[in-house]
Design a protein. Structure first.
Lengths: 301, 534
């Protein structure tokens, strides 16, 4: 649902449904509850990798609920809303807690056709993020999020042969200005305003794995790139409009119960291999999905 | 369950061929929503400042009392008569620029026309913010110190922390004020009008003024400021010179000054700066970092007096910030007054009052009010910012713009403000290092803070001193807003308690001490011959 677009100095909220090629059928609803734990003790100031004994390990616990509704067999509507609590293990800075942003997405299965021995599908996903909680964005790395409205377009190609698949996705995220509590700030020059122009971002995903009716396993490689923004200067604090880039490797597993119809368990994680103006985050998550029909469907009996 | 999975599988296997006809229109709608959905243009306050058109040109400013240069002698060349070939060449230079102004040149004119003192104050604030970064530690856990001799080696010189910044603002503002008072003397002596008055074909691209043009007040400000920067921000002289050159061009392009007006002004400015640089090099700020034995003595002496000494809460432990800043020569009063203004001691760490104040800080630490977070963040002015004195310069600038002060009054008002800020820093640092008392978080381990803890003792709060002094001076300059400024100062002071980094008494006593320092600047203002100007 919410993908990895908000990895970085704010908190990563994990869920895979927006980025995978799976759809749920018309009039079905998938309810999700997902827990994510993020932590890092090293980060990059620009390209300089360091630790900070005055922060120790920055961690967060993310409790998200979401849903995916099959508007039709080819169009799914998704939402997710997380509650987040952040913490620094050293120093005195106070963590934040609260509801972050709601993310909404429409996922459209645009093309589905047999190509060679396999099945090729093309998805287009339009998603938006709207901050819900009145949290303080300009308190990185302990803020819950960036307090930015954004809209994103994603294209997803999936090619499946038997039970094996490869997928690639590209996303462009356009972000709204944010309002901070200060009325002046320095980036690479002085700004006399409480508005911050947030740089847009792209997000590329490559994944491959195995899908069966019982079990999915998937390896992912993600590249998050902020277009523009500026580097954190040495020993400075991070700022929402920093140039935050990251390359992440991850895995996702899903188990579908055979005994209880519609119940699925998912787990996985992501690790930042290389970054710029981000923490070297290790994110692990586990969640429960429950898929059920909203209409009586005789064929299901 | 199987039926569900099969159904999903079925969908995934359906072959759709006409889908391409949906894709293009849908994508186009998405892209148009996309492009209109997020706004990006930001109008910053300082971009909207109007061209300065003083309501009173303060023609008598040559009689105002300067800060340091009342008995100094400066020389500038006698200007060429307006009929000489040299002067006519100057006019032709203006005409040649005005004949074909580019949009970039028009932007330069618009920017600088808001006022020279204002724009240089902004440039100084920008440099303070850029340099307000504590050095990163060495591998062995010690800290390097910036070196003025090698300003571009890491750590960059200077580390413009609040005392450093307060002093920089004060010297630049005071030197600008003196330079303009001296300029006014020559302006009246030579009485040379602006180019747009001597030649009807030259347009005034800034508001016209009756003030004589030689020497140019803009060039005086640029000259004095650029020269002061050689001491204060020696690693940024390329930027400073580029801005000064741009301003020089602006006055010529705008038809407001000739090149000879500018050259004479720049020369005068640099001469005045020399007087201030001599003072600055002898004011003991260069030794304010102190030595390891000074830092140790603070700790030992405090413990010997039966009190808990401050310790750095940073890891690795960082030496205290500028412990000998207390010895810096103030602008507004003699050094003895610093001791006279020292507040009564803070509550001892084993008294019930101390316990009560600590409990209050802990309660603030647990208070998750968004309004507290907002206030703390608004006034935090920590690393990478213009510092609290700079914040009060922001406030002053936004306010002064509304009053259309002359350049010389702008400089005089900012000089009063910034001398008060520097002396408030000295007085505050005196209390901090005389009492050397611990921050709340040093004493109560479970206090969490809403902002970073500055690396110096608690009593009294620097923000409170700076804000009390600034609000007092601004309230004198703009009497109708005196209460509003003091309300802001109160909020700034309390932000440090809300942020759980100061006890209430640090804030309240600091505010009162700052107000006392501010009063010295007010008294100086009342006696300098400038009056209120309204």
């Amino acid at each position: 649902m919410l993908a990895l677009g908000c990895v970085v100095f704010s908190q990563t909220v994990n869920a895979q449904t927006e980025t995978d090629a799976l759809m749920i059928p018309k009039n079905y609803f998938c309810a999700a509850g997902i827990y994510t734990h993020n932590s890092w003790d090293h980060y990059w100031e620009g390209t300089f990798k360091r630790e900070n004994l005055n922060l120790g390990t920055i961690s967060s616990n993310v409790y998200a609920v979401g849903g995916n509704y099959g508007l039709s067999n080819r169009v799914n509507v998704l939402f997710m809303i997380p509650y987040i609590k952040t913490n620094a293990s050293a120093g005195t800075l106070r963590g934040q807690s609260g509801v972050q942003d709601i993310s909404l997405a429409v996922k459209w299965l645009a093309v589905k056709q047999e190509v060679g021995r396999g099945l090729l599908s093309l998805h287009a996903i339009v998603s938006g993020v709207i901050p819900v909680g009145n949290y303080q964005a300009d308190f990185l790395p302990l803020s819950l999020g960036m307090q930015t409205k954004s809209i994103a377009l994603r294209g997803l190609v999936n090619y499946q042969v038997g039970r094996f698949f490869v997928a690639g996705a590209g996303q462009y995220v356009r972000k709204d200005n944010i309002t901070i509590d200060r009325d002046s700030y320095y980036t690479t020059e002085m700004h006399y305003t409480n508005q911050v122009a947030m740089p847009n971002a792209t997000n590329f995903l490559f994944s491959t794995g195995y899908r069966s009716l019982k079990f999915n396993a998937e390896a992912t490689l993600t590249k998050v790139n902020t277009i523009g923004g500026f580097d954190i200067t040495k020993n400075n604090m991070p700022f929402p409009s920093n140039n935050m880039d990251a390359t992440l490797a991850g895995g996702v597993f899903k188990y579908m119960f055979q005994s209880i119809a519609g119940l699925e368990l998912t787990a996985g994680g992501n690790y930042v291999l290389k970054g710029r103006n981000v923490g070297q985050n290790l994110s692990v998550f586990g969640g429960v999905y429950y898929v059920f029909s909203l209409k009586k469907n005789k064929s299901d009996k | 369950m199987y039926s569900l999975l099969k159904r999903i599988n079925l969908i995934n296997k359906k072959v759709m061929k006409k889908s391409i006809s949906y894709i293009l229109p849908a994508m186009m709608i998405a892209v148009s929503v996309f492009n209109s959905s997020c706004k990006k243009d930001i109008q910053e306050r300082n971009q909207e400042y109007p061209a300065l058109a003083p309501t009173n040109i303060d023609l008598n400013a040559d009689t105002w009392t300067p800060i340091l240069t009342a008995s100094s002698t400066f020389t500038i060349a006698t200007p060429d008569a307006v009929t000489t070939p040299n002067y006519l060449a100057d006019l032709n230079e203006i005409k040649s620029y005005q004949h074909n102004l580019t949009s970039e040149q028009k932007d330069i004119i618009k920017y600088w026309s808001a006022g020279s003192v204002l724009r240089w104050n902004e440039i100084l604030r920008e440099l303070v913010a850029k340099h307000n970064l504590p050095p990163y530690q060495n591998d062995d856990g010690s800290y390097p110190f910036p070196s003025a001799a090698n300003p571009l080696a890491y750590p960059l010189f200077p580390f413009s922390n609040p005392p450093y910044a307060a002093r920089a603002y004060a010297y630049v503002s005071a030197a600008q004020y003196d330079a303009l008072v001296q300029a006014w003397k020559f302006k009246k002596q030579f009485g040379r009008p602006a180019p747009y008055k001597t030649d009807a074909t030259i347009q005034a691209l800034v508001p016209k003024s009756e003030l004589p043009a030689y020497p140019s007040e803009d060039a005086v400000v640029a000259g004095v400021t650029a020269k002061m920067m050689e001491l204060l921000f020696p690693g940024d002289l390329d930027y400073i010179r580029q801005r000064a050159a741009e301003e020089k061009l602006y006055r010529i392009m705008a038809g407001a000054n000739t090149r000879s007006d500018m050259d004479a002004g720049e020369s005068l400015g640099r001469q005045v700066a020399d007087v201030f640089l001599t003072r600055a090099r002898g004011d003991k700020a260069g030794a304010a970092i102190g030595k390891p034995e000074d830092w140790k003595a603070l700790e030992v002496n405090t413990a010997a007096a039966g009190n808990t000494p401050w310790i750095s809460l940073e890891l690795p432990k960082r030496p205290p910030m500028l412990p000998l800043f207390t010895k810096v020569t103030p602008f507004l009063f003699p050094t003895e007054t610093v001791v006279a203004l020292r507040p009564a001691p803070p509550f001892g760490t084993n008294t019930p009052e101390f316990k009560k104040e600590s409990d209050e800080v802990l309660a603030m630490s647990k208070d998750h009010s968004r309004e507290h977070e907002r206030i703390v963040a608004f006034w935090a002015d920590g690393v990478g910012t213009v510092t609290p004195p700079g914040h009060w310069n922001n406030i002053a600038a936004d306010e002064f713009v509304k009053h259309n002060f002359s350049e010389v009054r702008w400089a005089r008002n900012l000089a009063l403000l910034n001398m008060a800020e520097m002396d408030a820093a000295i007085v505050c640092w005196d209390a901090k290092y005389f009492y050397f008392n611990p921050r709340p978080t040093q004493m109560v381990m479970n206090i969490k803070t809403l902002t970073g803890i500055p690396n110096f003792p608690s009593y009294t709060s620097g923000h409170s001193n700076f804000s009390g002094a600034a609000a007092t001076v601004l309230g004198y300059i703009i009497p109708e807003k005196a209460k509003a400024f003091m309300d802001m100062a109160n909020e700034a002071a309390m932000s440090r308690l809300y942020g759980a980094i100061h006890y209430r008494s640090d804030c309240e006593v600091g505010l009162q001490t700052g107000i006392k320092v501010g009063q010295y600047a007010v008294n100086k203002g009342k006696a300098d011959g400038a009056g209120t100007g309204n």
